[in-house]
Design a protein around this ligand. Structure first.
Ligand SMILES: [Zn+2]
Length: 168
C-alpha cells in the first residue's frame, strides 16, 4: 500500500492526510516544506529518484475551516477497525444502520457501523435489541486527530514526533 503524507499548518497543527502524489504537487508548487521522509522508500520516475515525504508543512499559514471527518464507507470502516461491530468478522463488510431507517434511524456517525453481510442480513429491519444482537463498541464521531494517531500507529511512525498526543 502506498504510504500517506501528513500535512501540518505553519504552526504545526495537523491539517490533512494526503496521497504522495498530492504531496509532490504541493512541493513542486513550493507551497510546502518537507519536514521528514520515509527513509526506506523512494519515488522513481523514468530518470530520477525522489525521497518519499512523510510529513510536510505549509509555507504560509492557512485558515482552514474544520469541517470534520467526511462521513463515508471508508471512514466508517476505518473507525471500526475494519471489523463487523456485531461479530468481529473482517469479511464482506457492509454498512448497517443500527436503528433502521424505517424506524427513524439517522444516517450519521452515531447510527452507522461496519457489519458483515451475514450479520446485516440476519439483523434485517430490526434494532439490535429486537434482533438479540450487541454492538462491540458505541459508535462515535471521529476527529482528524483520531485518524492521524491511528494511521501513525499502524503505518507511519515517522509522524509520531510531530503529533501532539494530548489532543490526538
Ligand atoms: Zn458480523
Amino acid at each position: 500500500m502506498e504510504k500517506r503524507v501528513l500535512v501540518l499548518n505553519l504552526d504545526h497543527s495537523p491539517v490533512a492526510i494526503v496521497t504522495v502524489q498530492k504531496a509532490l504537487v504541493l512541493t513542486i508548487l513550493e507551497k510546502v516544506s518537507c519536514l521528514t521522509h520515509y527513509e526506506s522508500l523512494v519515488i522513481r520516475t523514468v530518470d530520477r529518484e525522489f525521497r518519499y515525504p512523510a510529513v510536510i508543512r505549509l509555507n504560509d499559514y492557512k485558515h482552514i475551516p474544520y469541517k470534520g471527518v467526511m462521513l463515508n464507507r471508508a471512514n466508517i470502516f476505518r473507525r471500526d477497525s475494519n471489523e463487523c461491530q456485531y461479530c468481529g468478522s473482517k469479511k464482506q463488510l457492509t454498512i448497517d444502520h443500527v436503528v433502521p431507517k424505517s424506524k427513524g434511524g439517522k444516517t450519521n456517525w452515531l447510527n452507522l457501523v461496519a457489519a458483515c453481510n451475514r450479520c446485516n442480513v440476519y439483523k434485517g429491519d430490526k434494532t439490535p435489541e429486537q434482533a438479540g444482537m450487541q454492538l462491540k463498541s458505541k459508535p462515535f464521531k471521529p476527529s482528524l486527530g483520531f485518524f492521524i494517531a491511528e494511521y501513525a500507529e499502524r503505518n507511519a511512525e515517522e509522524w509520531i514526533p510531530f503529533l501532539d498526543l494530548r489532543t490526538a
